[in-house]
Design a protein around this ligand. Structure first.
Ligand code: HEM
Length: 404
């Protein structure tokens, strides 16, 4: 392992690498698994040493770790300290199995299918507002509000509460930039709010996900209120920023490919492929931790029990061994095994919902705009969140008539 690689591995959390991690992945992947400084000394209270982790960047290593949840467990020591502890994502079997069965019962394809016409109406409303101006910023005007409104609707939260909803979600994640007492207050408010809704749905059901959660049972066992509140927070956190960035990344890619826009307008069967190739090429969710429960070996490197592991979904999805010409956006690849939604027992619960939102978005944009172009302000990548890859701002110009 060269010195340059080690130095760059320690820079994996720097803002310029968050903005564009791909050149660094390219440089580091062949040295992976590599041991790097995950957090500097003092970043976690009570930890005087830097926290080190093993970065897994090759496709086969990432795939193998995701499939082997017994060796690569999700309930790692930093959940609850560095990042808030979430249900499911930070659970292992048997707790994970029980909870997942219960929420699978509530989060069905039928429920998402039934929501599609409503999603289409919100998409059109947001677009009507956006196109009232000649130029618009996609992230604020569209890609952020759409997933928040959708998850609020699914859960059965009144539409007008969605701004508060977004604030709670942002505050929940602002563990490095906000005072702990302010965050605790906001988190408490959110839990009380969901607690009231769960109690109301127990008293009288409605056509929403919280009612389905209240009613779900496996082998006579059902969810407690605290678990329902935990699930609402999980859906809010896991589902929003990720879907926002899928939408932004997809339109960012298409802005540079006007011929592809024309092709898509003529042939909608390519829409789903565009979504999958976007998920691979610009994976919205980049990395997550695991912990080893036993001594193991990854690509010939011995990793001891109790080691922190970082799974790099984004790096695996550009491994040339699995995806030839990995930096090219190509519609004729085999995309069945990309890991943008994970793999194995933790495979994303919300994947069908995210795909539905992306597909309705792209089809509606194609219906309404013969041409989309970059706006006059620059597009900026976000640098604040380690976990995601996406835009902070993506200015757009639309043309309603045929301009090409
Ligand atoms: C483009 C959008 C999305 C991306 C890229 C994404 C990505 C992921 C990934 C990579 C995982 C696996 C985590 C692991 O390996 O431990 C995951 C899990 C999960 N996602 Fe998503 N997600 C998206 C949208 C959503 C939405 C819309 C929801 C819910 C409404 C959601 C809910 C979840 C949940 C609950 C889990 C945990 C599943 C488990 O541990 O069993 N996600 N997601």
């Amino acid at each position: 392992m060269s010195t340059v690689s080690l130095i760059n591995a320690d820079r994996l959390s720097s803002p310029d690498v968050i903005a564009n991690p791909y050149p660094t992945y390219h440089e580091l992947r062949e040295h992976s698994p590599l041991n790097y400084e995950f957090l500097p000394a003092g970043a976690v209270s009570g930890m005087t040493e830097p926290v080190r982790a093993w970065a897994l960047m090759r496709y086969r290593d990432v795939y193998g770790a995701l499939r082997d949840h017994e060796t690569f467990a999700s309930r790692h020591s930093l959940a609850g300290k560095v990042v808030p502890r979430l249900a499911l994502i930070h659970d292992d079997p048997p707790r994970h199995t029980r909870f997942r069965h219960l929420v699978n019962k509530a989060f069905t394809l039928r429920r998402i299918e039934a929501l599609k016409p409503w999603i289409a109406s919100v998409v059109n409303e947001l677009l009507n507002e956006m196109t009232a101006q000649p130029e618009s910023e996609l992230m604020q005007a569209y890609a952020i509000p759409l997933p928040v409104k959708v998850i609020a609707k699914m859960l059965g939260i009144p539409g007008e509460d969605y701004v508060r909803f977004k604030q709670w979600s942002d505050t929940f994640l602002a563990f490095s930039s906000m005072r702990p007492d302010e965050r605790a207050k906001s988190n408490q408010e959110m839990m009380t709010y969901f607690g009231h809704i769960a109690a109301a749905r127990r008293a009288q059901g409605a056509e929403d996900l919280i009612t389905a959660l209240v009613e779900a049972s496996v082998d006579g066992e059902s969810l407690q209120d605290a678990e329902i509140i935990g699930f609402c927070i999980l859906a809010l956190i896991a589902g929003n920023e990720t879907t926002t960035n899928l939408i932004g990344n997809m339109l960012g890619i298409l802005l540079d490919r006007p011929e592809l826009w024309d092709r898509l307008r003529a042939n909608r069967s390519l829409v789903d492929v565009v979504i999958e190739e976007t998920l691979r090429l610009e994976s919205p969710f980049q990395r997550l931790s695991r912990i080893t429960t036993r001594d193991t070996e990854v690509s010939g490197v011995a990793i001891p029990q109790g080691s922190l592991i970082t799974i790099y979904y984004g790096a695996a999805n550009r491994d040339p061994e699995e995806f030839p010409n990995p930096n090219e956006f190509q519609l004729d690849r085999d995309l069945r095994n990309h890991v943008a939604f994970g793999m194995g027992i933790h495979y994303c619960l919300g994947a069908p919902l995210a795909r539905a939102e992306a597909s309705i978005t792209l089809n509606t944009f194609l219906d309404r705009f013969p041409v989309i172009e970059r706006g006059s302000l620059p597009a900026l990548r976000q640098t604040a969140s380690l976990m995601v890859f996406g835009y902070q701002q993506l200015p757009l110009k639309f043309h309603m008539g045929n301009m090409r």
